[in-house]
Write a protein that binds this ligand. Structure first.
Ligand code: SF4
Length: 249
């Protein structure tokens, strides 16, 4: 390994437990069909996010500071799509929704509806397992102020689309917030007018059903936009739908 490669690997903290899920360097991992579900940890496709990532690595070298990989089995029937890693949450810990307030509400809700097993302790090594459920983000890298640019959302959609295509048993998607909804609708090839975002809305896409929820961010719960009861109701509907869904042939 060259000196520069050694420096880069150290800077991106490859000993972090979640890095095992990411290809090294900038190249994405291609699956058997040639699609790429996981970007490399130095993914170069969004220059602004790459610079932000490098600054975070310099500031906090013990953090994950790389595109956050999907969490949960690719055989799951349910995929949850969030917006992007939080700076001090998933970007720090390397697991989606782990380490900040949004994770408290999301994982508590998943545990309550049989989509997770174990105890959520806000750490990637807490042993929590997702059950027939997977979590990903519309944008894999942490954006400044939690606001990805439209071009970054569009660029990272290649990984979202590949993730959808890589789940043979997928029957339901929960989009957390409008950005996740809009990007998922595009990745599914739906027309935006056919599937407008709304909390509690449900949209059919062939054999799939897309469920919408406001994002479970601290801001949304503090302002009363989303209450824990509203959030749980969405997942109760998903549970009901999946329990009644015929198994794919
Ligand atoms: S947001 Fe997605 S496409 Fe952009 S640099 Fe990160 S992993 Fe690559």
């Amino acid at each position: 390994m060259t000196n520069s490669a050694t420096t880069r690997r150290k800077a991106s903290n490859p000993s972090h437990p979640s890095h095992a899920a990411l290809p090294a360097g900038g190249a994405a991992r291609a699956d058997a069909d040639g699609s790429a579900t996981e970007p490399g940890r130095d993914c170069p496709r969004c220059p602004r996010l790459g610079e932000f990532r490098e600054a975070a690595r310099a500031r906090a070298p013990g953090w994950f500071n790389a595109p956050v990989p999907s969490f949960g089995p690719d055989t799951a029937m349910l995929l949850i799509v969030g917006l992007a890693p939080g700076l001090q949450g998933a970007n720090r810990t390397g697991r989606p929704f782990t380490g900040d307030y949004a994770g408290e509400l999301l994982y508590g809700t998943l545990l309550g509806h049989g989509f997770a097993d174990g105890t959520y302790q806000a750490r990637p090594d807490d042993g929590l397992q997702l059950v027939d459920c997977r979590i990903t983000n519309a944008v894999r890298c942490v954006p400044p102020q939690n606001k990805p640019l439209p071009v970054e959302i569009a660029t990272c959609r290649t990984f979202l689309a590949a993730t959808l295509a890589d789940m043979p048993n997928l029957r339901a998607i929960v989009a957390l917030g409008r950005v996740a909804h809009d990007s998922t609708v595009k990745a599914l090839g739906l027309r935006a007018a056919e599937a407008p975002f709304g909390h509690g809305a449900e949209h059919s896409a062939g054999a799939l059903k897309l469920f919408d929820s406001y994002h479970c961010s601290r801001y949304n719960t503090n302002t009363g936009v989303l209450t824990p009861a509203m959030f749980r109701k969405v997942f109760a509907e998903v549970r009901r739908y999946l329990d009644a869904a015929p198994v794919k042939p």
